[in-house]
Ligand binder design. Sequence first.
Ligand code: F3S
Length: 416
Amino acid sequence: MYITKEEEKIYNGEYGEVLEMAMNLLVSLGEIYGAEKLIPVSSVQVSGVSYKTIGEEGLNFLRDISNSGIKVSVPTTLNPAGMDLCNYYELNFPKNFVKKQLEIIEYFKKMGIEIGCTCTPYLSGNIPMYGDHIAWAESSAVSYANSVIGARTNREGGPSALASALLGKTPLYGYHLDENRVPTHVVKVEGRLNNLSDYGALGSIVGGIVKNGVPYFIFKNSDIHHGKYNKLKSLGASLAASGGVALYHVDSLTPESKIGKINKINNFDGDNKNNIEKITITKEDIREEYSKLNTTDEKPDLISIGCPHCSLEEIKEVVDFILKNNLNKSNKFKCDLWVYASIHIRAIADRMGYTKIIENAGGKIVCDTCMVVAPIEDMGYKNIGTNSGKAAKYLPSFCNSNVIYGSINDILKKGL
Ligand code: F3S
């Protein structure tokens, strides 16, 4: 791989050990994947933030980097941590966990990383432009940036994203290149999809089939345009969790679906000149996926909404349910309800009065974390209600939880 004179100096340790390590990591990745060179990135999203996922080893690694005094060189945001960074005691997070998590956050802060702690940085100020090269970790955000925005990123891991943040560069391979952005499968969705959990179930099925391919969706009966950003967010997260999908296209909707070379494959029923694999998904397939994602008939002890973190519209859906069912201080949910959002979205929810309505009904808007990276299994939660295809996939293995899967409305009903 070609590196410039300046990059070579960093590689050889002339700017210190930390940058040397970062450059060595990016060059090794580039060489493994056949990159021609390094390219500049306009932003980075770093993962590996929760003490639950990185443990003592990760904490020590971050301490070393932070103590070196090196700062990130491009705008960098942070994935969810293991707890709400404001209300940890009120939410009963274990004391030792709180201590470790706060330490990790301090290290990231010292590196100049924005402590927003959200998997939806694109709803909170880290918004790339079409065609921008970026280095994002967090598979759902990668999927959104590539597919919905048309920015370009590989599925970075925590260390490679951090290396990119320090150097402002990434190796040129994978989804940064046009040839890897063309569809590998065309997916006709026949059944009508009604809510976000239907899109989560769809993502769960298709991700399992295409693995790390690039699906091109054609929706026959669904009005995906209405509330499209939330639907695409839900679909992409689930595709990324059940397969390794980092990029998908939706016919006539996502930006690159309109590009000639990609758009030519959209004639599902015509001749198959591109020799592309075709998949049809029916309403029955979606229904069947619901029963696979549901792993218990029991009632939830925790309802978790917001994987990926909620937009304001999703919070409003919870609020509408509460108002419709006359829930309030004297008539609360019978189980805990955590609605996950970034601190940015929460600030607007506060102003809209949504936070108060949710709290009066016994729920919480929880920032900076989620049901997967928080230690919910150590906090006594076992049966989790969720409307997220991604969470439904991860909860059994990451948190040893049982899953109750359904739409926001249906899951909230289970808490009455
Ligand atoms: Fe975000 Fe946690 Fe889901 S990081 S995408 S809410 S698993």
